[in-house]
Ligand binder design. Structure first.
Ligand SMILES: Cc1cc2nc3c(=O)[nH]c(=O)nc-3n(C[C@H](O)[C@H](O)[C@H](O)COP(=O)(O)OP(=O)(O)OC[C@H]3O[C@@H](n4cnc5c(N)ncnc54)[C@H](O)[C@@H]3O)c2cc1C
Length: 413
């Protein structure tokens, strides 16, 4: 039997290794379009590869997989984060779980993962062909057996001489729908790809002067929508980033694309406290510090720079005394702390992680096997599927889970 795997990334190697471990006699070949395999693993997690998450704080998979949570729930019954942890440790990559539940190689170096995959693929006799960009797949019926086989056609104009019994498609996040035309031609529905996990650009020169300011727990909302996220917030030289914003960009990926990345962002700097609670806390600060200036007592663990900026934005002088605030002043401050509006003017490019929302529709695959519904013998795994997660190791976990299930299905398990 000949098996082709398209894409030499995380899911492709995991799939190839699993197939070969379970069926040592089959020929497995990975076809990778670029000259280097596993490039994204190398740069992931800032070069440390956040390869999974303990899921300790995850109550609902939808909060970490805005697309594909139902599929992930089903597949994780077969291969979850604990299985992935065990897999890496038993294959020579000791792991460590951080306080924030993110899982990394103990070496803190993504090359531990790359070396593991290359060592295993070499040992198992997996063929790897780089500079092979798949452009098309043709269905061929074997005259003697009547079985459907697949012919692979590459950009370079070459056709692979042999026909493949099974094909694993692990071509990763695809930036444009055109790059998936060959899959559409085979009857697969494609959810239009749009970016996810990005920073927000904001036109506010004064805010930009606060570049580097962080808040440990903020809550961010898109005005007139239910899209909301919370977590650490970072002011950048272009606007906002940090886990809260990246999560929001993921939850609202399609909406933001429709709006051309122009909308109103509302920041609650207090981590989600409501206006009345905040006003109450400000009143007690005022009664404890009546003679101090507003700018010298920073509430809600805000840095002095950030607090002074917010006081000014609320239209109050920073040298005003707390005792002189009055009800109107307290209201101005509680409003700015809980309902601080910014005009989003474009998306930024987050250096550390970026994924595609969209791809092969889950309607086109069998939920138990990840086999194509229109092409028996073609399986999908990784980011090519319409499954994507927030930051924190969830995207690699989706790659391991889907690749493992697809590979076992290929092996009839
Ligand atoms: C900078 C960055 C950092 C990240 N950090 C993390 C992290 O720390 N933790 C986390 O969970 N996630 C992270 N991610 C997301 C994670 O890298 C991806 O979700 C994951 O790599 C998906 O694996 P994959 O195998 O499906 O796709 P990929 O790793 O993208 O692999 C797909 C491969 O297919 C090849 N290919 C594409 N089209 C073709 C074709 N037509 N023919 C042949 N080959 C083709 C590509 O060249 C690529 O090598 C990060 C992403 C980025 C961009």
């Amino acid at each position: 039997m000949n098996i082709a795997i398209i894409g030499g990334g995380a899911a492709g190697f995991f799939m190839a290794i699993t197939v070969k471990k379970n069926m040592p006699d089959v020929s497995v070949t990975i076809f990778e379009k670029s000259r280097r395999v596993l490039a994204k693993v190398g740069i992931s997690g800032g070069g440390r590869c956040n390869l999974s998450n303990s899921f300790e704080d995850v109550r609902d998979l939808k909060s970490v997989y805005p697309r594909g949570n139902i599929l992930m729930k089903r597949l994780m019954n077969r291969f979850d984060q604990k299985d992935a942890y065990e897999w890496f440790e038993s294959n020579g990559v000791p792991l460590t779980t951080q306080d924030d539940n993110c899982v990394f190689p103990e070496s803190q170096d993504s090359h531990s993962v790359i070396d593991c995959f290359l060592r295993l693929s070499g040992k198992l006799g997996i063929n790897v062909r780089t500079a092979h960009e798949l452009k098309d797949i043709a269905k061929v019926t074997d005259k003697s057996s009547g079985n459907v086989l697949y012919e692979l056609i590459f950009r370079e104009g070459c056709k692979e001489a042999i026909l493949f019994d099974k094909v694993g498609i692990t071509a990763g996040g695809q930036p444009r729908i055109g790059t998936m035309e060959y899959l559409q031609n085979l009857g697969h529905k494609i959810e239009i790809p749009v970016p996810s996990l990005f920073a927000f650009n904001v036109n506010d020169p004064v805010l930009r002067s606060l570049t580097g300011a962080t808040v440990d727990e903020a809550s961010v909302t898109l005005a007139s929508t239910n899209f909301r996220a919370s977590g650490p917030l970072l002011v950048t030289h272009r606007g906002f980033s940090g886990p809260a914003i990246l999560k929001l960009s993921s939850y609202a990926a399609r909406y933001l694309k429709e709006k051309g990345y122009e909308c109103t962002l509302i920041v609650n700097w207090t981590g989600g406290k409501d206006n009345n609670t905040v006003a109450g806390e400000l009143l007690s600060i005022a009664s404890l510090n009546p003679q101090k200036q507003l700018g010298s007592v920073c509430p809600f663990c805000l840095t002095s720079r950030l607090w002074n900026y917010l006081v000014s934005k609320a239209g109050l002088p920073v040298d005003k005394k707390w005792a002189e605030l009055g009800k109107k002043g307290i209201n101005k401050l509680s409003n700015i702390l809980t309902d601080d509006e910014y005009g989003v003017a474009g998306r930024g490019h987050y250096r550390d992680e970026f994924v595609t929302c969209g791809g092969v529709s889950l309607e086109s695959v069998d939920y138990n096997t990840l086999e194509s519904k229109t092409c028996p013998g073609i399986y999908f795994a990784g980011e090519i599927l319409d499954v994507d997660g927030i930051t924190g190791g969830f995207n690699f976990q989706a790659a391991w889970t889907t690749a493992m299930v697809a590979a076992l299905s290929m092996c009839g398990k």
